[in-house]
Design a protein around this ligand. Structure first.
Ligand code: HEM
Length: 487
């Protein structure tokens, strides 16, 4: 009996010791390191929890973003600390402040003086020194003005309508001829990738498409992973993919100079012609970084939004019916001489635009934007310490019941006569970094949905749908579906 009691006491002591070690020491390390070191200023930090050493709160974040309810992440913060709209945390390898109400998000995104970009190291290294993520503000302004003109505004984009239609029609036809269900996102991604490579690489797009696409898959996977350059880690593979892509794009530049001066123009030609104030052209290294960034930013998010749009339509037959009727009406009103869609047709897709806006809100594929405080900043009485990251949680805004009633419901009609108040609709960000591809994305998604609604439907979706809400890293699993032609 005595021996038994001794053993029990020993087990209890070990358990107690472990508890004290884990919660009295391990769990406090981040707090001591980042919060206590601020001295008196620590009292002005917003509420929150710094999580565990090294991983911070990444575990709970990844868990919910791989579940069917990613919003519990922000709802749990609100439940625990109140709707303060600012929470301290440790994520993506840095002490951070999450901001999640419209006014605060807008303030951060609009303020380039006090906040710089704050993307993880892996993103910076993989997009390169001359991508928009790494250049100073003045250079960013100039290059952005020069490079985004051809993809801004519907007039400029109207020249791509025919090409996008061709890819959409062929892709849908191909998917519907497959016997087995397809991995929806992977297939849609190929369509958006074809569009963006055509716009940027012009006539060379076809010849490099295959080799570039596979490398982009690896590159995307490494974007927000830890920057660990050891074989077996996503970042290592992504760096290798980047090297290959640089080589391929250098080959494209060389070939264009020699063989194809009069071929179909793409953004690549414009970048090759740009001159600075001293008449200097951009070095190849810079052109390649810009191309790499545009090709990456220009296909991944659009594919996710297009996929979510058809899933929401599939799950909401009444909305699908209404959206389809609108497209039939457009077809009916078309002049007999017109072969395909025109800019005028697309402008008349009023209901479809609401479906797309609602998809952008509900799916929030770009769930957060990363910034970094250049100085100590006070917002709403809370401190954002210099050097800390600011995670502008778009998804929190889009799913806040005080901003959108019944936020979990897919309701395109909520956009009827609705002008979102500043900072409350952020699918494309805001401020000087607002997405320059928003018009292109909406255009290609509209064309895709037009042909899908008129001629196809979805079947055999795996209902427990291993759909992962993280656009990056790439979903581990995919949504399987059959695309059926409507007879
Ligand atoms: C539905 C699809 C898309 C979504 C949801 C989306 C979302 C975003 C967001 C939220 C930002 C701002 C990031 C920040 O402030 O840190 C951004 C930036 C950017 N996007 Fe998009 N995007 C989409 C499509 C596109 C397309 C089609 C292109 C290419 C033509 C593109 C190119 C870019 C570029 C180059 C930036 C960086 C801008 C800068 O730093 O000045 N995006 N995007």
């Amino acid at each position: 009996m005595g021996l038994y009691l001794n053993k029990l006491a020993l087990i209890l002591a070990v358990l107690l010791g472990t508890y004290v070690f884990v919660f009295g020491f391990l769990k406090k390390i981040n707090e001591w390191r980042y919060v206590s070191s601020l001295g008196e200023k620590k009292h002005s930090l917003p509420p929150g929890d710094m999580g565990w050493p090294i991983i911070g709160n990444m575990w709970s974040f990844l868990k919910v973003f791989r579940s069917n309810d990613p919003d519990t992440f922000i709802y749990n913060l609100v439940k625990r600390y109140g709707r303060t709209g600012m929470y301290k945390t440790y994520m993506f390898g840095s002490p951070s402040i999450i901001v999640s109400i419209p006014e605060t998000c807008r303030k951060v995104l609009a303020d380039d003086e006090q906040f710089g970009l704050g993307y993880p190291l892996s993103t910076k290294q993989l997009t390169g020194k001359k991508s928009f993520h790494s250049i100073p503000n003045s250079e960013h302004k100039r290059l952005r003005r020069l490079t985004t003109a051809p993809i801004n505004g519907h007039e400029a984009l109207s020249m791509y309508i025919g090409y996008i239609e061709e890819i959409v029609v062929n892709s849908l036809d191909e998917w519907s001829s497959m016997k087995e269900p397809i991995e929806l996102l992977n297939e849609i991604r190929q369509f958006t990738f074809k569009v963006i490579t055509h716009i940027f690489l012009g006539s060379t797009a076809e010849s490099v498409m295959g080799s570039v696409e596979k490398r982009y898959a690896d590159l995307t996977y490494g974007m927000k992973s830890a920057a660990i350059n050891i074989p077996g880690f996503a970042f290592y593979k992504a760096l290798k993919a980047r090297k290959m892509l640089v080589k391929i794009l250098q080959g494209v530049l060389d070939e264009r100079r020699v063989n194809d001066p009069n071929g179909k123009k793409g953004m690549i030609d414009l970048l090759m012609e740009i001159e600075d104030e001293n008449g200097q052209k951009l070095p190849d290294e810079d052109i390649i970084d810009l191309l790499l960034m545009f090709l990456l930013a220009g296909h991944e998010s659009s594919a996710h939004v297009a996929m979510w749009a058809i899933l929401y339509l599939h799950n909401n037959p009444e909305i699908l019916k209404k959206a389809k009727e609108e497209q039939e009406e457009i077809l009916k009103n078309r002049q007999s001489t017109e072969k395909g869609l025109t800019l005028k047709d697309i402008r008349e897709m009023y209901y479809l635009q609401k479906v797309i806006d609602e998809t952008l809100r509900r799916a929030s594929v770009s769930f957060c934007n990363f910034r970094e405080a250049k100085v100590d900043v006070n917002i709403n009485g809370y401190l954002i310490p210099k050097g800390w990251k600011v995670l502008v949680w778009n998804r929190g805004v889009h799913m806040d019941p005080q901003v959108y009633s019944n936020p979990k419901e897919f309701l395109p009609q909520r956009w009827e006569n609705h002008q979102p108040r500043a900072g409350s609709f952020l699918p494309f960000g805001a401020g000087s970094r607002i997405c320059p591809g928003a018009d292109l994305a909406k255009l290609e998604i509209s064309i895709f949905l037009h042909y899908f609604l008129l001629n196809y439907k979805l079947e055999q979706i795996n209902p427990e749908g291993p759909i992962v809400y993280l656009p990056l890293p790439r979903p581990v699993d995919n949504c399987l579906a059959k695309v059926m032609k409507i007879e």
